[in-house]
Structure formats: structure tokens, C-alpha cells
Design a protein around this ligand. Structure first.
Ligand code: MTE
Ligand code: MO
Length: 345
């Protein structure tokens, strides 16, 4: 059980999902192969270990009731995981003195992986889990074997774990290397992303051109600007700052805007078709005439209950399908659904 009291149990910037609604994030299927499931512990160990799923299931299980915190701002309390402690497997494998990092590699098309220092992996009591809430973990959630790293954003917990590798030097994982996710991933410190890699002059030139199409502009600071008609199709704008910006008729189709900030932005007529706006903040923004069809809305927020100045403007001219609303948290869902039924203002 989580021993924090309810008030400070939710890390900063997170929202709770509806009870029992576990979102699927990232890959949905393991690499397809007929090979039986097994787990290898390899690298800087005295004794390499190969375990079949049956071997793993035969070991005495440890149960842990844990809170999940995803970097895209959703959290879920009290998932009862069970499996084998990483520490037990490593006792068996006997790590060499030179082993300082541990990499968890998935059976996936992209060899998805993540890594931790060995010290963190053990201190956080990493679990090699086979069951969640009394059932085998469903395949879309990483079954039959996934690692679970308590106290870190959920991207440190790989689905379809098939190899644990002990290393002397760190090897960044998929999200950490490809998408700039923070390698420490502490939700209490909001370690979501690494610092951006664009210099100020390049940013200024791009803002001037109003053409961000297909560019990697993660975390770009555009707040308080006039960017009407911005072209940003398929741009990588995760964590970008568009607070208070005029984005009338901007085109963000297919863009990655996860965790982007649109607080109080003017988005009238903007196009977000098929964009990823997971965890994006639209509080106080004008969303009339906005097209959000096909956009992924997990963890997005549209209003701040306590502050009416931070309620976005949504009406029947805002295009969101009811299917999409299901990925919002319950209070966001109900509020947005109600606004969508109001006539244009
Ligand atoms: N193999 C694999 N593991 C993965 C991912 C992935 O894309 N592939 N995504 C990570 C991310 S970003 C999150 S938030 C969680 C999501 O797990 P869930 O789909 O069971 O909620 O899995 C993590 N592990
Ligand atoms: Mo994630």
C-alpha cells in the first residue's frame, strides 16, 4: 500500500484516470514470433540466467500494490502487481563488480528498452511482474512479463520484457534516446524531458517564418506571440510553450504536441487532426472552430475547476468525437461533453 496520505499522493501535474480505466501507451503488441516466452539475465553477470515463463511462474511471488504515473499526465492508484523481485534474479545471476547499469529490453519490433542505474533499480524495488490485479497481465499492457519500476514515470516499466542486461556504461532506452524523455524520470520532481536542443537564434528565425512543418522543436518557447496561420504539420512540438499565443487557423495536423502548453491561447479555427495532444494543457484557450478529430487526448486538460478564467471556450463548432472523450479523466470528460452541446457563441 502507498503510505503517502491522499493529499500528497498525486505527483505535480498529474490527473487520475477513471477507476478501472488503464490507458494503453506506446506499442500495443510485442514482436510477432512463435518463440516461447522466456527471460534472460545477461551482460556483466557471473551466471547468465535463462528462464521460461513457467520457471518464472514457479518462483515465489512478491505482491506490490502500486501507483502508476505516466509522463503524459495520467495516474492510476493501487494496481496490485505480482512477480519476482529483480533483486532475487540478480542474486542468482551474481552481478560483476563492474556492473553499474541495468537495461530492460522488450520483445518488440524496435527492441524497445529502458535503463536505470543498478542502484536505483534495486533501491526502487523493481519487480519482474507477471500478474496485475490477480490476473496475468494482458498482452496490451506488457504481458506475460513486464518490469515494474515503482517511483518512476511508467516509461521505465517495459512491456514484454525478455532480456535484462547488466552494463558498465548506460545505454539509453527508446524514449530516452529517441524522444528526449528524462533519464531519471522522477514524477515528484517532474523529470519528464531533457532540455531542448534548439538554439535561440534558430528558434527566433522559425517563429519569424511561421513554418514549423516537420521540424523537431521540442520544448520551443513561443508564449505571448502572434503566430496566426502557423504551419506546424507533423512537427515535433512536445512540451512546447504556446501560452497566450494567437494561433488562429494554425495547422497542427499530425503534430506531436504531448504535454504542450496552450493556456489562454487563441486557437480559433486551428486544425489538430490526428495530432498527439496527450497531456496538453488547453485551459483558458479559445477552441471554437477547432478540429480535434482523430487527436489522441489522453491526459489533456481543458478546464481548471477552481478558476473560471481557465475554462477553455468550447462549443458545438469544436470538433471532437465522443469516442475520443473517453480518454479524458472523468471531470474533464463531463465538462467538455457539456460544452460541446452548447450552441456557438
Ligand atoms: N515495449 C514497450 N514498453 C513500453 C512502452 C512501449 O512503447 N513499448 N511504452 C512505455 C510507456 S511511455 C508507458 S507510459 C507504459 C504504458 O504502459 P501501458 O500501455 O500498460 O499503460 O509502458 C512503457 N513501456
Ligand atoms: Mo508514457
Amino acid at each position: 500500500m502507498n503510505d503517502k496520505n491522499e493529499i500528497d499522493r498525486l505527483p505535480p501535474g498529474q490527473q487520475l484516470v477513471s477507476p478501472g480505466k488503464w490507458p494503453i501507451i506506446g506499442e500495443r503488441f510485442p514482436r510477432s514470433t512463435n518463440a516461447p516466452w522466456n527471460l534472460t539475465v545477461t551482460g556483466l553477470v557471473e551466471q547468465e540466467i535463462h528462464l521460461s515463463l513457467e520457471d518464472l511462474l514457479a518462483k515465489p511471488a512478491t505482491n506490490r500494490c502500486l501507483d502508476i504515473h505516466c509522463v503524459t499526465r495520467w495516474s492510476m492508484y493501487d494496481v496490485a502487481f505480482s512477480g519476482i523481485m529483480l533483486a532475487e534474479l540478480l542474486d542468482e545471476a551474481r552481478c560483476m563488480e563492474t556492473a553499474r547499469f541495468v537495461s530492460f529490453v522488450a520483445r518488440s519490433e524496435r527492441n524497445h528498452s529502458t535503463s536505470l542505474t543498478l542502484e536505483t533499480a534495486l533501491a526502487n524495488e523493481t519487480l519482474i511482474a507477471t500478474h496485475a490485479n490477480g490476473q496475468p497481465i494482458p498482452v496490451e499492457h506488457g504481458g506475460p512479463i513486464r518490469n515494474i519500476v515503482p517511483g518512476k514515470y511508467f516509461y521505465k516499466s517495459v512491456k514484454w520484457l525478455e532480456r535484462i542486461e547488466l552494463l558498465a556504461e548506460d545505454r539509453l532506452g527508446f524514449w530516452e534516446a529517441e524522444s528526449g524523455y528524462h533519464n531519471q524520470a522522477d514524477p515528484w520532481l517532474e523529470q519528464r524531458y531533457m532540455a531542448p536542443n534548439i538554439d535561440k537564434r534558430t528558434a527566433a528565425r522559425l517563429i519569424e517564418s511561421r513554418d514549423f512543418s516537420r521540424q523537431d522543436l521540442r520544448s520551443i518557447d513561443c508564449h505571448n506571440r502572434n503566430l496566426t496561420g502557423l504551419k506546424a504539420e507533423a512537427a515535433l512540438l512536445r512540451d512546447a510553450d504556446f501560452r497566450n499565443t494567437d494561433l488562429t487557423n494554425a495547422n497542427f495536423a499530425n503534430a506531436n504536441l504531448s504535454n504542450a502548453h496552450f493556456e489562454n491561447a487563441n486557437l480559433r479555427g486551428a486544425n489538430f487532426e490526428n495530432a498527439d495532444v496527450e497531456g496538453a494543457n488547453f485551459c483558458g484557450a479559445d477552441l471554437r472552430g477547432v478540429n480535434l478529430k482523430g487527436a489522441s487526448l489522453i491526459g489533456a486538460s481543458f478546464f481548471l475547476p477552481s478558476d473560471e478564467s481557465m475554462w477553455s471556450k468550447i462549443d458545438s463548432s469544436t470538433r471532437i468525437e465522443s469516442q475520443q472523450l473517453k480518454s479524458l479523466t472523468p471531470d474533464q470528460h463531463d465538462w467538455v461533453a457539456e460544452q460541446l452541446n452548447s450552441s456557438p457563441r
